[in-house]
Design a protein around this ligand. Structure first.
Ligand code: TXA
Ligand code: MG
Length: 351
């Protein structure tokens, strides 16, 4: 299948190219596009056949439901049974933006989107290309992250081209994604908001407008025996080709432990990757050393994480040792993705 690649500048949108992409969506095709979180692979959410093409292109398991993207609030009525007052509060504060809201669905939504659940995930992205594309298409747009299933989510057009060229109708190349991690998923069907997937909008952000915010226990570290409420969270994910091992603890002990492990692996003839931070980068001499960003600025770490995982693939390392980050604010979302990339292989060291 031939994939058209359109370069569109988010600051000076070429409306003709965007209209051509909107037309592809309306006629049942697939379009990958940038959002403020990660690139998405979109299709008309009300067209079952079109939505099935997304699952095929990604190799996505059919029991993993999709997020429906809208550009205006008035599109909601056709999609959800009701908008509880608390859900409205989240929309008013954080939309358009990196948070997805789970609500009771209507019958208009094809089962293939919700994987048979009686709820649907809805998001209104703030990225100008995403927002305008959905508006021009005139239909709600189902879109998972635009990566092959199991691979790190794409934060640059080149990642999408690498994974999906030849498998989708259009790829819009529109620069780097701001947040770099997928949206927060919050279930607003109950009285208390419950975070099913941590993301750009943090628990602390939600606590600014709610007295109580819960987190699905199944996504907390060490609880992987529980079944997550968000089906997608049960899959291993974000995995580069090499094995990933996370080292958690005080910095001195982590660096020391990585040095020792690295020596052992290199003695066996293996090529070692070290995923570190600006604060520790100079302390590693050998191997493929890539910093995710500064510990003082978790947003840069979130922004680089997936691209760095892909860089290790390109470098062809055999094993990756990754420094953990503190689990506060955006650190929850960062560690959630890192732990999954590592298949839950976390080693605690030091104090
Ligand atoms: O930032 C994002 O959310 C990106 C961009 C493209 O918008 N999209 C994205 O989609 O990350 P995806 O498909 O990779 O992740 C969607 C997550 C999955 O974990 C899925 O299981 C969950 O949302 N989800 C979808 N519908 C759900 C529902 N009704 N109840 C619970 N979880 C749901
Ligand atoms: Mg995904």
């Amino acid at each position: 299948m031939e994939t058209k690649v359109y370069e569109i500048d988010p600051k000076a949108i070429d409306e003709a190219q965007l209209e051509a992409s909107a037309q592809v969506l309306r006629s049942g095709g697939t379009v990958a596009f940038p959002t403020e979180t990660v690139y998405g692979l979109g299709a008309n959410a009300l067209d079952e056949k079109a939505v099935k093409k997304i699952f095929e292109a990604k190799g996505r398991p059919s029991d993993n439901p999709l997020i429906v993207h809208i550009s205006k609030l008035n599109e909601l009525d056709a999609l959800v049974e009701e908008i509880p007052p608390n859900a409205k509060k989240v929309m008013e504060r954080f939309w358009p933006g990196p948070i997805t809201i789970i609500l009771k669905r209507t019958d208009k939504i094809p089962d293939v989107i919700t994987a048979g659940l009686d709820t649907v995930a809805i998001r209104m992205p703030s990225h100008p290309i995403a927002n305008k594309l959905i508006e021009m298409a005139g239909v709600p747009v189902a879109a998972p992250s635009a990566n092959l299933s199991g691979k790190p989510s794409p934060t640059k057009a080149e990642h999408v081209i690498h994974d999906l060229k030849g498998k989708v109708d259009v790829i819009i190349s529109g620069g780097n994604c701001d947040v770099g991690l997928e949206s927060t998923v919050v279930d607003m069907t109950g009285n208390i908001p419950m975070i099913l997937r941590p993301g750009g909008v943090t628990k602390e952000h939600l606590e600014e407008i709610f007295e109580k915010v819960e987190v699905d226990k199944a996504i907390e570290e060490g609880n992987q025996a529980l079944t997550p409420k968000s089906p997608g969270m049960k899959y291993t994910h974000y995995s580069p080709q090499a094995e990933v091992i996370i080292l958690e603890g005080d910095m001195e002990s982590v660096v020391k432990a990585i040095h020792k492990l690295q020596e052992e692996k290199e003695a066996q003839g293996l090529r070692v990757g070290i995923m570190c931070t600006d604060e520790t980068k100079k302390l590693y001499k050998n191997g493929v050393v890539i910093s995710m960003g500064s510990r003082k600025d978790l947003a840069t770490i979130a922004n680089h994480l997936f691209a760095v995982l892909r860089q290790f693939d390109a470098a062809g390392v055999d094993i990756i040792y990754a420094e953990g980050v503190e689990q506060k604010l955006l650190g929850h979302a960062v560690m959630n993705r890192m732990i999954k990339a590592a298949g839950y292989h976390v080693v605690k060291v030091g104090r």
